[in-house]
Design a protein. Structure first.
Lengths: 141, 149
């Protein structure tokens, strides 16, 4: 968990290597067998020109970053808002899941921490953007 | 890997505003949580460390909140397959009470909005609630998609 929070701080970055094996395993876990994700030959003939990772897998990565940063302050009361998928994540990509604290306000004896969240690929391109809101107990500081 | 085709496709015509679906029962088993942790690479100790859970006054380790990304989708696809070509446009989550490992969740989905936009695209928004067996709200999800057919 974070030791303290202030506006302008970056959350501890999370990095992942995406490969087809991980995408297949997510397909089995989520029961999402859309061929765009699991069938490279089929996916090559689509406008995407190859398989892409499932959108909800990206949401799981955003969750990982917020759990790592805020723990129960995320699992209990956290909000993931305005998540948009702006570019596909592909096998072979190395992605960085990032968060930046944009705003802190006191609410019900806790700090309500608003974070701008982004997933970028190895070229620095944004693939997923959104906003995470977590809570931070006042007594932690 | 097989593409399960034994269920009908869920088409836009099946998704009028207000439609509800048969509730999904999802068992948060240790095996499910373990597989989630391995696939995502998220090994937060609150998902498996009973001593840490007790330290935070939790009766048991908690399920990764990100599991909601899985059960939200399954809640409206239990009896259908998703037609190819859809686009997940936007998604929002709120986490209320953490689900505990070992619990069974009941997940209900409703079509909140269903319309053709100005470009003739089929827009659908679902509102999904997951509750534990005590009826406590675990998560709420709002999911908007462009439906393929």
């Amino acid at each position: 968990m974070l030791k303290k929070v202030k506006v302008g701080d970056l959350l501890p970055q999370v990095e992942k290597d995406i490969d087809q094996e991980r995408i297949w395993r997510w397909a089995n876990l989520s029961k999402d067998y859309n061929r765009l994700h699991i069938d490279p030959e089929y996916a090559r003939q689509t406008p995407f020109k190859g398989t892409i990772a499932h959108g909800p897998m990206s949401l799981a990565f955003l969750n990982e970053l917020m759990m790592k940063s805020f723990g129960l302050g995320w699992a209990k009361g956290g909000q993931l808002l305005e998540v948009r998928f702006v570019a596909p994540i592909r096998p072979g990509d190395h992605i960085r899941i990032e968060g930046l604290i944009k705003e802190i306000e006191i609410k019900d004896g806790q700090k309500r921490v608003v974070c701008e969240m982004t997933i970028k690929n190895q070229h620095g391109e944004k693939t997923v953007v959104g906003q995470g809101i977590a809570f931070w107990p006042m007594e932690e500081e | 890997m097989e593409n399960k085709k034994d269920k009908p496709e869920l088409t836009f015509a099946d998704l009028p505003s207000g439609r509800t679906f048969r509730p999904l029962e999802l068992a948060v088993t240790p095996e499910l949580v373990q597989e989630y942790m391995e696939v995502i690479g998220d090994h937060h100790p609150l998902y498996f460390d009973e001593n840490l859970a007790r330290k935070y006054s939790l009766p048991a380790p908690i399920a990764p909140p990100g599991l909601a990304a899985i059960y939200a989708r399954l809640s409206y696809l239990q009896d259908y397959t998703m037609p190819s070509g859809g686009v997940l446009a936007k998604q929002e989550f709120e986490f209320h009470t953490p689900a505990q490992v070992g619990e069974i969740l009941e997940v209900k989905a409703q079509v909140k909005e269903s319309y053709l936009d100005e470009k003739g695209r089929k827009r659908v928004t679902f509102f999904i609630e997951g509750r534990n067996k005590q009826g406590k709200l675990v998560s709420t999800v709002r999911l908007s998609a462009i439906w393929p057919k």
